[in-house]
Write a protein that binds this ligand. Structure first.
Ligand SMILES: *Cc1c(COP(=O)(O)O)cnc(C)c1O
Length: 369
């Protein structure tokens, strides 16, 4: 098997999704599965759909197009405001998009009319993250404009938290979003099917047990893929944290290199030099992943990384040139590794699919995922 590679356990992703979907169902909230961190990988998307996600959500049109090319027909929502230059393809690939700019919505409407279809619009409201969104006081006006525009249909409103600012959504913010949904309906009529509360950072709020108001959707990626709360980094109870494993190959080991004979260099070592440890060089670096977001088995210490190398100290005497080493990734490391051209992905299923070569590209094996 080639190195470096990412081993992906689809059964664990399906389990994580199922667990979250079940817990949110009781709260009246459905899950839109976000595939951007895995570059719209169709097999992972299918595992999340089999796990009960109501639809898919993507930030990039290129990834959404990859999902469609693999035969996925479920609703796909573009969660990054469309580029004006892409509106035609947005309308043909995605049923719905999140929007903040009237000029873009008008262009989507024109494209939809040309394609003889209607494109769904969810208005993204700024509620404190300071990344994207319409100011709450302007949402009513904007909603009315959308409702009056042929070619588009107002589907809902949404908010996003903890991406740019790192500020977690509060109970009060969630209540304010519900009030806003009611206000918009009061003005425009019953168009607000979807009230999307945010991303994985909203799960503590959603699991808390208090009233969820009008919020009936969350857009979740990290929690299902990595089983952690994005703000605290803490494990979410009942979820797997190891659905993804990065495997890299050792290309050099040196137990007592002359490199450290120079005391000045020796001082630069970040860990005490004991005779039990040896230094390892792995063939993976900043160009492949976020090296600071990798973690490894006890007994190994991260020393540093360059564009193409990862330097470790290890107590594992069995590691030699040609050995493979397993690393766990945080969200940032995963996102970059999945996009790296030199890293292959290796999908694992709980049982062998009927025709392994077929699995990535067709939906007939859905049941085996
Ligand atoms: C990335 C993103 C999400 C998903 O975030 P996770 O932390 O992976 O759950 C949801 N909504 C928007 C708008 C995003 O950009």
């Amino acid at each position: 098997m080639s190195c470096p590679r990412i081993e992906i356990d689809l059964r664990k992703i399906r389990h994580n999704t199922r667990t979250i979907v079940a817990r949110l169902k009781g709260r009246g909230i459905r899950v839109s599965a976000v595939t951007k961190a895995v570059c719209g990988n169709p097999a992972i998307a299918r595992a999340m759909l089999v796990g009960g996600a109501a639809g898919l959500a993507e930030a990039r049109l290129s990834n959404a197009t990859r999902l469609r090319a693999a035969g996925i027909t479920c609703p796909i929502t573009l969660i990054r405001t469309p580029m004006l230059s892409q509106v035609g393809d947005v309308v043909s690939v995605c049923e719905t998009s999140y929007n903040t700019e009237l000029s873009v919505i008008a262009a989507l409407a024109a494209a939809a009319l040309r394609q003889n279809t209607v494109h769904g619009i969810i208005l993204m409201v700024e509620m404190g993250d300071r990344r994207e969104g319409i100011m709450p006081r302007d949402v009513g006006n904007m909603a009315q404009r959308v409702v009056g525009m042929p070619g588009v249909a107002l589907k809902g409103i949404g908010a996003n938290f903890a991406c740019l600012s790192g500020i977690a959504p509060t109970e009060a913010k969630m209540r304010a979003l519900s009030v806003l949904a009611n206000d918009v309906e009061g003005r425009c009529g019953p168009f607000i099917e979807t009230v999307s509360g945010g991303n994985s950072a909203n799960l503590p709020w959603a699991f808390e047990g208090r009233a969820t108001g009008r919020i009936n959707d969350l857009r979740l990626g990290e929690a299902m893929l990595l089983g952690v709360d994005p703000i605290t980094g803490e494990q979410i109870r009942g979820l797997y944290q190891d659905a993804f494993t990065l495997v890299a190959e050792v290309i050099e080991t040196d137990a007592n290199s002359a490199r450290f004979a120079d005391p000045k260099l020796a001082r630069l070592r970040l860990v005490p030099d004991t005779s039990e440890t040896k230094r390892l060089l792995l063939a993976i670096g900043h160009q492949d992943t976020d090296a600071a977001g990798l973690s490894m088995a006890p007994g190994n210490t991260f020393i540093g990384a360059t564009s193409d190398h990862l330097v470790l100290d290890t107590k594992d005497a069995s590691l030699r040139v040609g050995s493979e080493m397993k690393l766990q990734m945080n969200y940032s490391a995963l996102m970059r590794a999945m996009a790296a051209p030199d890293i292959q992905t290796n999908l694992r299923y709980d049982r062998a699919p009927p025709n392994a070569r077929d699995v990535d590209g067709s939906s007939k094996h859905l049941a085996s995922v």
